[in-house]
Structure formats: structure tokens, C-alpha cells
Write a protein that binds this ligand. Structure first.
Ligand code: ASP
Length: 287
């Protein structure tokens, strides 16, 4: 089996002055996930690690640095899936957490439910000893200024990985869309829409306009397109055509198949992605 990790930092219109730092963030996140694989971690551990790294990075729209909703507050969605067992965990509209992806992981490990939202998710976090933070701690000055100027800020984050034992997983985390209604939950919390993994085929993490992505259940659609040994690059392009033509939306996708082959595509202007496998000394960027 050929271990690999691919990371994305969202698709959309990125301010030019941020581009370089975003690419660098993706590279470093890929490295964080790759190190986890080298230490014997599973694909699921690796995608969690890469996404948590980008949640901590203030330039991405996930964790600290998330966009603000209509009430000027941060509400986040995250999900992850283990393709071997089809186990999944997700949280929606959570507020007082630094790393929603780590809570999604605990929902997966707990196994009783797949998706917890809002206060119930916060309560679960407290019950299992994940320490919270104030909502203000997640708000960056830059996002407050963009909220005032009504400027959206892409930067949802995600990762897909295959480990040496053939495990395969996907994860996605976001602050969602600028000025969304409080309580809105997007594709990134929904298994099948923003995140999907199935060890018979592959794994996908999606970014872009959540309502369009949900309409075409994009991550599952893309993974299904891997049937018949289709190359992930072709499947990623076909998935973007589905998003554009049927969903009438913009976005991007990263995809890996069970052989560790990689694909990515976007119909939004820019998408930052990086990948790492055994053949590279350092993470490479995907354009
Ligand atoms: N898909 C995310 C959402 O709609 C946003 C994004 O990926 O930029 O919540």
C-alpha cells in the first residue's frame, strides 16, 4: 500500500497578499499529517492532525480565523470518516471550541451517533473533557474587518489520506459562509456532502458553496465516480462538472483512491492544496 496525504485550504477568491501564506499553511499541514502516518498513525489520525493544524492557523476559515455569521459570531462545522468501517463523526454549528475536528473524532470514536450540533455538541465536549474557549478567542481582527466590509473569506480546510495498512479517511472543517444565518449547518458537517470515505473506492473532502454541494451530495458522488478504476483526477473533474452544471455552484475537491492515487479539481478561481507521499522529501503543491 502506498501511503499518501492530501490537504486543501479552501477554494474561492483569495486576496492576493494571502496566497503565499495559504500555500505554506497547506504544506505544513500535509507535513503534520504525514508525520502522524510515519509514527504509525492511521489515515484517520493523519487527516485529523492535518485539519487540526489548519484550524489553529488564523488565515484559514476553520477554528480560530473562521468567518463570522450574521450575528457577528463564529459557528463551525466539521466531519471526518473512516473508509474501512464506514464510521463517521461530525459536529455542526459549534461555537466555543478551538478544534471542532477533534470533537468530530470523539463523536466517531464514541460510535453512538454521527452528528451532534450546537449546545448538545458543546455539552458532549465538556462531558468528555475537551476544554472549551470563549467565542471571542476564535474571532480574528482580520475576520471582523472582512465581516464589516462584507468580504467573504474562503479557507475551509480538509484532508484525505491512505495509510500503509490500506486504511483510508477524509476530514473537513469550516467556519462556513460569511454572514450565514445563525444555526445554518453546511456541507462540511454532512457525511456524503462535504466528506466521504469508503475503502472499496476512495475518499473525498470538498469545499465551496455548501448549499450547492449538498444538493449534489458531492463527496459521495465523487467517490462513486472512482468505480471501475477511474483515475481520481478524472473523477475530481467529473465531480466539479456535476457541481457546476447540476448544483449551479462553485468549489473544489481533493480525492484519493484506495491505491493512493491523487486527484483534485476546482471551478472556483483558486484552491490551495498540498500532498506528501514516500516519493517526496517535502510536501508538494497541487495546482
Ligand atoms: N463549504 C463551506 C460551507 O458552505 C464553505 C467553504 O467551503 O468555503 O459551509
Amino acid at each position: 500500500m502506498k501511503p499518501v496525504i492530501v490537504v486543501h485550504g479552501g477554494a474561492g477568491r483569495v486576496p492576493e497578499e494571502d496566497e503565499e501564506e495559504r500555500w505554506e499553511g497547506c504544506r505544513r499541514a500535509a507535513l503534520a499529517g504525514w508525520r502522524r502516518l510515519l509514527q504509525g498513525g492511521s489515515a484517520l489520525d493523519a487527516v485529523e492532525e492535518a485539519v487540526a493544524f489548519l484550524e489553529d492557523h488564523p488565515l484559514f476559515n476553520a477554528g480560530r480565523g473562521s468567518v463570522l455569521n450574521a450575528a457577528g459570531e463564529v459557528e463551525m462545522d466539521a466531519s471526518l470518516m473512516d473508509g474501512g468501517r464506514l464510521h463517521a463523526g461530525a459536529v455542526g454549528a459549534v461555537r466555543n471550541l478551538r478544534n471542532p475536528i477533534r470533537l468530530a473524532r470523539r463523536v466517531l470514536d464514541d460510535g453512538r451517533h454521527i452528528l451532534l450540533v450546537a449546545e448538545g455538541a458543546d455539552r458532549f465536549a465538556r462531558d468528555i473533557g475537551i476544554s472549551g474557549c470563549s467565542g471571542e478567542e476564535l474571532v480574528t481582527e482580520r475576520q471582523r474587518a472582512r465581516w464589516e466590509a462584507m468580504k467573504d473569506s474562503p479557507g475551509t480546510v480538509g484532508a484525505v489520506a491512505v495509510d500503509g495498512a490500506g486504511g483510508i479517511a477524509a476530514a473537513t472543517s469550516t467556519g462556513g459562509l460569511l454572514r450565514k444565518r445563525p444555526g445554518r449547518v453546511g456541507d462540511s458537517a454532512l457525511i456524503g456532502a462535504g466528506t466521504y470515505a469508503d475503502h472499496l473506492l476512495g475518499a473525498a473532502s470538498v469545499t465551496g458553496h455548501g448549499e450547492a454541494i449538498m444538493r449534489v451530495v458531492l463527496a459521495k458522488t465523487a467517490v462513486d465516480l472512482l468505480a471501475g478504476d477511474r483515475h481520481p483526477q478524472d473523477a475530481a473533474r467529473l465531480a466539479m462538472a456535476v457541481l457546476g452544471e447540476r448544483g449551479q455552484g462553485e468549489g473544489g475537491i481533493i480525492l484519493v483512491d484506495r491505491k493512493g492515487r491523487v486527484g483534485h479539481a476546482h471551478n472556483a478561481p483558486v484552491m490551495s492544496c498540498a500532498f506528501m507521499d514516500k516519493t517526496s522529501d517535502a510536501p508538494s503543491l497541487l495546482w
